[in-house]
Design a protein around this ligand. Structure first.
Ligand SMILES: [Fe+2]
Length: 311
């Protein structure tokens, strides 16, 4: 199993005060396939541990819901986030070398200094992909990860479109293809979008289908929405910046939610993006947010002629 790498870019590679090194992968692969890229944030002073501790304390004081952290040794790849221990924040930071900590700070861009870096990256990603993110985007997030040596980030699926920039330390991300339905059955995606963000379930027997990519200071990886992944940190403290956003276009979410209810109603719904007519009906129905779930199921049953029963 080969591991892809991108040589860290020297700071001058992204000239003119820019952070991201251009590549053809941005327009060709954005939100379709994962790819590595280079950036120049590896030695940026905002990402030292003392400065990040300040940001974490500020976040806890002003927006505690934007801070998540846990700790644990030998965390299983398939463990769920709600199963892990939560030490005091100060301890998670001060014992970062030994505590098995995983600290995440959301919405870092609300701090003006981090906001300047985040907004700069967003503008560059927009230019590199050729897309108008402001038209597409619903919620943006500058998410910072601080990870203890050898810590595993458990297997999961995200609803965000993600550019993950490695700042400090080295680690490996194992990315799976959501088009592989043995890895990601439709039922998991339906449950994920409808009711359970922890619905992605690791299947150790399929680990060989993951694409491992090495993350080193100065490179990063683009992760399309819903591509499952887990990460293994090396024997070093890791700091990463996730520049991510959810999309305004809720069609994908609506179709999966509709399919979740259809399956509950005893049907075998067609996966999304096979029939524009059926997808449109499901999307329109789920957009009618005043329709409660039971009514939604009744409406969906009327579509039965376009769906196949499970039994
Ligand atoms: Fe993720």
């Amino acid at each position: 199993m080969s591991t892809a790498t991108v040589t860290p870019a020297p700071a001058q590679a992204a000239a003119g005060g820019q952070h991201i090194v251009p590549s053809r992968a941005f327009p060709e692969k954005f939100n379709k396939y994962p790819f590595l890229f280079s950036h120049n944030l590896a030695n940026h002073p905002l990402f030292t541990l003392p400065r990040l501790m300040e940001l974490a304390l500020e976040t806890r004081a002003k927006r505690p819901q934007e801070l998540y952290y846990d700790a644990g040794h030998n965390v299983a790849i398939g463990a769920k986030w709600n199963e892990l221990e939560r030490p005091p924040l100060e301890e998670a930071f001060e014992k970062i070398e030994t505590a098995g900590s995983w600290i995440t700070i959301h919405q870092a861009q609300l701090n003006p200094e981090y906001g300047e870096v985040f907004n700069g990256c967003m503008r560059e990603f927009e230019g590199l992909t050729g897309l108008d993110f402001k038209k597409m985007m619903r919620v943006e997030d500058a998410l910072i990860f601080i990870t203890s040596p050898n810590r595993t980030t458990t297997y999961h699926i995200d609803r965000e479109c993600n550019f993950l920039l490695q700042i400090r330390g080295e680690k490996t991300i194992y990315l799976f293809d959501q088009r592989d339905k043995e890895v990601v059955p439709e039922t998991e995606l339906e449950k994920f979008w409808a009711v359970d963000k922890n619905a992605g379930t690791y299947k150790p027997e399929l680990q060989g289908r993951a694409k491992p990519m090495r993350l080193v200071p100065g490179n990063g990886v683009h992760i399309p929405i819903n591509d499952p992944h887990w990460l293994q940190n090396d024997n070093n403290v890791s700091v990463s910046l996730s520049v991510n956003f959810t999309l305004k276009d809720s069609e994908r979410a609506n179709i999966y939610r509709a399919n979740y209810f259809l399956r509950k109603a005893g049907l075998k719904p067609a996966p999304p993006f096979r029939s524009p007519i059926t997808d449109g009906l499901k999307n329109a129905m789920m957009n009618a947010s005043y329709v409660p779930a039971r009514s939604a199921i009744r409406t969906l049953r009327r579509l039965r002629g376009q769906e196949t029963r499970t039994s």
